[in-house]
Design a binder for this molecule. Structure first.
Ligand SMILES: CC(C)(COP(=O)(O)OP(=O)(O)OC[C@H]1O[C@@H](n2cnc3c(N)ncnc32)[C@H](O)[C@@H]1OP(=O)(O)O)[C@@H](O)C(=O)NCCC(=O)NCCS
Length: 152
């Protein structure tokens, strides 16, 4: 069956939390700052309050994206579905909903995601030393589409 994209509902928040935890577990360069339960509870609030989209396959949530206030805040795919076009579908949904553009952060070490974004028409704005993010890990600010300017 195909993977489809739909708006998330509050009932999706446990599955969204599980996708995040599984995808984050592959990002071994990040410190673990929160317990799994804190993360689940955080995503309950995110899904309830913000524009969230889920990728669904065989009735299961396999990825999600959150866009808020001109920022793509999250784009995560379950590792069992990495490299199967799910991230591309979620990113396409975000761009279709926000043709005026958005900005987002990626960790500098996340070479795969940076390649993904650069292939999808995003432009690198600047690199940081990570002092301003929660993890204190160097990150990279991007915009989509490449021609727009980032705002402070
Ligand atoms: C980055 C991510 C959203 C891409 O979604 P996807 O469904 O795997 O991607 P698609 O199949 O549509 O496109 C494939 C491309 O995604 C990227 N990608 C694939 N697996 C990846 C991984 N484990 N981590 C980071 N990027 C990955 C690569 O650029 C890949 O293409 P290439 O290796 O042939 O150059 C997804 O891999 C993911 O959730 N990774 C972990 C979490 C993450 O890094 N999120 C982004 C935070 S800024």
């Amino acid at each position: 069956m195909a993977t489809t994209i739909r708006r998330a509902t509050p009932q999706d928040s446990p599955a969204v939390g599980e996708v995040f935890l599984a995808a984050r577990a592959t990002m071994t360069y990040l410190p673990r700052l929160h317990s799994d339960d804190e993360t689940r509870s955080h995503f309950k609030g995110v899904v309830e309050a913000k524009e969230a989209w889920v990728a669904e396959r065989d009735g299961k949530v396999v990825g999600f994206a959150v866009v808020d206030g001109g920022w793509l805040e999250h784009l995560y795919v379950h590792p069992s579905r990495f490299n199967t076009g799910t991230g591309t579908k979620l990113f396409a949904q975000a761009t279709a909903q926000h043709p005026q553009g958005f900005q987002f952060w990626a960790f500098q070490q996340n070479a795969g995601a940076r390649r993904f974004y650069e292939r999808h028409g995003c432009a690198l704005v600047r690199l940081t030393n990570g002092a301003d993010n929660e993890e204190k890990v160097p990150d990279a600010l991007y915009v989509w589409p490449a021609k727009i300017k980032s705002t402070p």
